[in-house]
Design a protein around this ligand. Sequence first.
Ligand code: NDP
Length: 266
Amino acid sequence: MALTGKVAIVTGAARGIGQACAERLAREGAKVIVADRDEAGGERIAADIREDGGEAAFVSCDVSERLDVRNLLAATLETYDAIDLLVNNAGIIDDAPFLELSEAEFDRVLATNLKGAFLLGQAVARQMVSQVEAGAAPGAIVNMSSINAHFALPDHVAYSVSKGGLTQLTKAMALALAPHGIRVNAVAPGSILTPLLAEVAKDETMRRRILSRTPLGRLGRPEEIAGVVAFLLGEDAAYVTGETITADGGRMPLNYTVPVEKGGSP
Ligand code: NDP
């Protein structure tokens, strides 16, 4: 088990990609703090991990709230004494055309997707630096970006901007923390079959649109993103920092579209 004894915080871990990350890190031997604003869902995931023989605890946290972030840190240290790994995964999406996007909605999305990653990333990094200074091994951080850090969406402007910002946050944090040996990377998923996307992909037109831009011919699974996260957090990635790994079934290198079979599964 690659992460035995490490303490990991995963945000937005009550479902979807965050849940898969929490489960994977626990299977790799990490003690996992499941952090989410969904208390019932988060408690359930932590309990499931414990039932499967892993170590996990739930902490309620809205990552866009400074006091919640401070509480998350305190609760983690009270439970496990250290913080070695962080997955800044919590994310939300706006759903209005650019000309109708309100300031409040823009702020709401940026507050979770970008400011949240900054607030928690900085707080955890400060803790990691103090652990390094006390002689512990340096930690690692992964930010959950998106292919929309590169591809812009006119109906999800705040989301696209937030993910573009995460690319630079990842690079800047990596440079700032490199002198301490702490690594910071990002994963940029394509279309991943979380409950939300499963609903969207039931629509045949939408399914064809997505798959016509997916050379591997299927949606990704949350576990496939968790695998990249586990790699980036582990020793196999010891010389990787400031990097964003795209996991998108081949969308980024594709210029036009690929053929899609009618009525297949997503
Ligand atoms: P989901 O919507 O399935 O899950 C997100 C979880 O994060 C939910 O439990 C949600 O709680 C929680 N959350 C939202 N806002 C906050 C907050 N401010 N503080 C704490 N928890 C919060 O998302 P996915 O699993 O699909 O996506 C996870 C990440 O991956 C996001 O950053 C997303 O942008 C990124 N991503 C996803 C892709 C996909 O295809 N699914 C593609 C590319 C990137 P609640 O239920 O209360 O909202």
